[in-house]
Design a protein around this ligand. Sequence first.
Ligand code: UFG
Length: 327
Amino acid sequence: MNVLLTGGAGYVGSHAAKMLLAAGHTTWVYDNLSYGHRQAVPEDRFIEGDLMDGARLAAAFRDYKIEAVMHFAAFAYVGESVTDPGKYYQNNVVGTLSLLDSMRATGVEKIVFSSTCATYGVPEVVPITEAEKQAPINPYGYTKLVIERAMADYAAAYGLGYAALRYFNASGAAADGSIGEDHQPETHLIPLVLDVALGKRDEIKIFGDDYDTPDGTCIRDYIHVDDLATAHIAALEKIKSGEGLLLNLGTGEGASVLEVINACRKVTGKEIPARVVERRAGDPDRLVADASLARKTLDWQPKHVGIKPIVESAWAWHRDHPEGFGK
Ligand code: UFG
């Protein structure tokens, strides 16, 4: 298939692009490099462009006979979305509507969309199924929910075929060590802990140890970025015109902040000083997926289950790329 990936120079997008190319799909990355890394994408697959530039998007769709889009381009800092919601609604909502309208104008009918477990807010039932009420607790989650709704309406009215994949915690790095996680600024737990192992930071701060969990620290469902990538390819093949697939992508296993830090200590052989500080606003106690619907619908299985193999792959990349992709 001829596939265009918006945000394909970012963390999840670049791993999906690599996997699509390996699977023999004609793959194009469309990215404005506001956060993405030019070096994360093969030279001859890259188009520099902005989501708001509908003419450029439409030209890319026509020139490369694009049949489907994977849409990764979005801002994803939950805290920043609270202090600067305009930035998030502009890019994540207005930008995505620009994309959907360029797709309509050029007859591109399929999209796989990066949604998030943040659309559930604080879930009533964990593990979380797709039947859980979607009630985001921050603007980031709302921007993703708005687009899920828009895609449902576009499917009903215009025949769009879509998949909204609700990621839990994306983590890890490509098996061959060529690409990995490099956010500027970095806020995610695993890369921060590995920075401490590398001596780039003095300690890891644990945001609260009085949560309602066995060790008091928050539990998350860490899913390997390559497992996210294979789910995207499977979803692409299952999408039907006028219909939507709404699927959680997680492993179904949770790890606490302390368990993640201990796994990093074991894998790196480093001491990794940690200190408990105040809770971070807006962190639910436990976010773990019931991903049985994705397993069944996509005939898909995450290959990396348990926190250790995920940390091992993240460490392989971090150790060899202490400065990430560099400046
Ligand atoms: N944490 C720490 N110390 C740190 C960083 C994180 O204790 O220095 C804790 C957090 O409080 C949380 C856990 O580690 O309990 C994981 O935090 P991350 O920031 O790595 O990930 P989140 O679960 O907050 O966020 C992820 C995605 C978001 C998405 C969200 C859905 O990064 O894009 O899941 O809830 F919105």
